[in-house]
Design a protein around this ligand. Structure first.
Ligand SMILES: Nc1ncnc2c1ncn2[C@@H]1O[C@H](COP(=O)(O)OP(=O)(O)OP(=O)(O)O)[C@@H](O)[C@H]1O
Ligand SMILES: [Mg+2]
Length: 350
């Protein structure tokens, strides 16, 4: 089994190199819109919020006005697509994000983190009538978590906000947090269809569906998606398959490139009936896994948008996901283009 995969990997790597060249860019592939010169490599829509991660140790919160000491807490920008956008920008991609923040300190934090990571925020509106979204994660010493979410700005983007001008400012559209951008859900297939018609390539990461229904027009939306990035549980939930390889087979019928993230086991990548396991070196001490999957997506796309072979894209994704687990929150461990050049001999600088 393994040797077959390795042989297939070699074949596929050669085919991809021949097809794309190692230093090429997607824009050079012949598409009807190849003459466009968009401002951004990637445009995305932000589930803009902050995360308050509360380390409660062995303490169980008690009502009845009981006050208890806790060991630690941590406040940082959250939001899967915001974390994704920061990682993509740190890897040298030009990234534009559409979203809303409240006119408050948390909104300032979100804007500051995006901007200092190099993300363009011209499509982010500061809304005095909204509070910035907030996720409160109560983390117990045994690793279990309870999460409380206030929406506010997190899901305040509506279909009419996703204009053609915004979409066509990018050459690739990444749709993340599919189920959390609740007001966009009914329009999601149409938005992706429009992005394709405007000449963009597209990717989608569902992240978790809090309703656990896994509907929301996902099958229709996936018709217009070039790369799909579920994690293992999401791939099983979306397909109803009982194991990850079966899920991959189903997803490959729906989407040209499927990348299933498998935590410490790396990723499973499928295209045109072929698939490859791309392992990662497990992190000895995981600090937290917040945003690992989102940084993985950004790393993978940083390779793909430069025309690198899929296995190299997956290795880049693994490197970014892995680095994210070694530091607190979704931003601190993120790799830069220089880190990647040094560690992986992959040139991502512009
Ligand atoms: N313990 C680990 N050791 C090494 N790499 C890891 C570890 N956990 C995660 N990664 C890397 O991060 C990637 C994404 O992790 P995971 O499979 O948990 O995605 P996810 O569930 O989508 O994450 P998120 O919580 O951000 O949505 C993995 O494919 C792998 O590359
Ligand atoms: Mg995820």
């Amino acid at each position: 089994m393994m040797s077959e995969r390795q042989a297939a990997r070699g074949r596929s790597e050669r085919t991809e190199k021949a097809q794309w060249g190692t230093g090429g860019r997607v824009a050079t592939r012949s598409t009807p819109h190849a003459s466009r010169s968009p401002s951004f490599d990637i445009v995305t829509i932000g589930d803009m919020c902050v995360d308050l991660v509360v380390d409660i140790g062995d303490v169980t919160p008690r009502f009845g006005q009981v006050e208890q000491w806790i060991p630690d807490y941590f406040l940082e920008m959250g939001g899967s697509t915001c974390i994704f956008a920061c990682q993509a920008a740190k890897l040298g991609l030009r990234v534009g994000i559409l979203g809303r923040v409240g006119d408050d300190v948390y909104g300032n934090l979100v804007l500051q983190r995006l901007q200092e990571s190099g993300v363009d925020t011209r499509y982010v509106a500061v809304r005095p009538d909204l509070k910035t979204g907030l996720g409160i994660a109560l983390c117990r010493a045994d690793g279990d978590r309870a999460i409380l979410t206030y929406g506010g700005s997190l899901n305040a983007v509506y279909p009419a906000d996703v204009t053609d001008a915004f979409l066509s400012s990018g050459r690739h559209f990444h749709y993340g947090s599919y189920y959390l951008l609740t007001h966009l859900l009914p329009a999601a297939p149409a938005i992706l269809q429009r992005a394709k018609a405007l000449g963009l390539t597209t990717s989608l990461d569902t992240n978790w569906d809090p309703s656990e229904c896994w509907n929301g027009g996902l099958r229709a939306a996936l018709q217009y998606v070039d790369l799909f990035f579920p994690n293992e549980q999401e791939a099983l939930a979306v397909t109803g398959a009982s194991d990850v390889e079966a899920a991959l087979r189903v997803l490959m019928e729906w989407v040209p490139i499927v990348v299933i993230k498998m935590g410490a086991r790396g990723a499973l990548v499928g295209r045109k009936g072929e698939h490859w396991e791309v392992p990662v070196e497990p992190v000895a001490h995981v600090v937290d896994t917040i945003g690992a999957g989102d940084s993985f997506d950004a790393g993978f796309l940083a390779g793909w948008l430069r025309g690198l072979p899929l296995l190299q894209c997956a290795a880049l994704g693994n490197a970014c996901g892995r680095a994210s687990t070694g530091a607190r929150g979704g931003l601190q461990g993120q790799l830069t283009a220089a880190d990647v050049s040094e560690a992986m001999d992959v040139e991502l600088q512009k």
